[in-house]
Design a protein around this ligand. Structure first.
Ligand code: AMP
Length: 255
């Protein structure tokens, strides 16, 4: 079994380095994952990373790690960001982009990456495009996981997260082997504050207003790949890999 990555460079930023660095890939995958909260993109990110050898870069995970910092270690921008997060609102673009700028090494990583939860606004997508172009890097595809609203809500309210390794479970669809305990590291699973009812409503509104337009943004660039996100995680994973194969084959043919 592959050792679980610690993703230290991403989670902590600055001068931190991963203790378990990703293996360089001959063809590193550089993907963005889109989808409403609860569409299962976090789970797919984990499964896809294991399959493709790429690293899971979730901006939400950066904020969850920052929540564990002592109050005196937080900058005012970070304190405001954590308050947005608690309410289910989006963190200002400026704060998110500053955090990304501190983590450029993760975008350059030869293991490849799957961005999950970023970009979330058109301004962030434009900034990402510029950052990647500056490094002569390109996205291979943007995977959009699509699921009807009532299924989204059922998924979110049953979701449980590990505070240690950040693995995600669902009380019905993906239960841990032992109730309430993480399969990977033995951490005690918890329900995220922003998976509670009121925060879910705010997050869905933020998604519709700010993030849904990204599908159009990436469609125009020929990068969007829509994936129906219903069914078991492994089924969706196979569907995703199949769709990716078509995209990458098409790219090779047009080169
Ligand atoms: P996630 O785990 O991706 O659902 O993110 C959890 C929360 O972190 C979101 O509801 C936002 O408050 C904040 N967040 C994460 N990524 C971003 C982003 N790219 N832009 C703005 N806010 C973000």
């Amino acid at each position: 079994m592959e050792t679980k990555r610690d993703r230290r460079s991403w989670l902590r930023g600055g001068t931190e380095r991963c203790l378990v660095p990703p293996k360089p890939q001959e063809k590193p995958f550089r993907l963005v994952l889109l989808g409403a909260p609860g569409s299962g993109k976090g789970t797919q990110a984990e499964l896809l990373c294991a399959r493709l050898g790429a690293c899971h870069l979730s901006t939400g995970d950066i904020f969850r790690v920052a929540k564990e910092l002592e109050t005196c270690e937080r900058t005012p921008a970070l304190t405001a960001a954590l308050d947005c997060m608690r309410r289910g609102a989006l963190v200002p673009d400026e704060t998110v982009l500053a955090m990304l700028a501190e983590r450029m090494r993760c975008l350059q990583c030869q293991g490849g990456f799957l961005l999950d939860g970023f970009p979330r606004t058109v301004a962030q997508a434009e900034a990402l495009e510029k950052l990647l172009a500056g490094q002569k890097l390109q996205l291979d595809a943007v995977l959009s996981f699509e699921l009807p609203l009532e299924q989204v809500i059922a998924r979110l309210s049953g979701r449980r997260t590990c505070p240690g390794c950040k693995a995600v479970f669902h009380i019905e669809a993906r239960p841990p082997k032992v109730e309430g305990i993480c399969d990977h590291c033995g951490g005690k699973l918890y329900q995220r504050e922003d998976d509670r009812r009121e925060a879910i409503r705010v997050r869905m509104e933020a998604y519709e207003t700010s993030t849904a337009p990204l599908a159009e943004f990436y469609q125009q660039r020929g990068l969007l790949v829509s994936i129906p996100a219903d069914g078991a995680p492994e089924t969706i994973l196979e569907r995703t890999c199949e769709a990716l194969k078509h995209v990458l084959n098409a790219d090779h043919k047009s080169e």
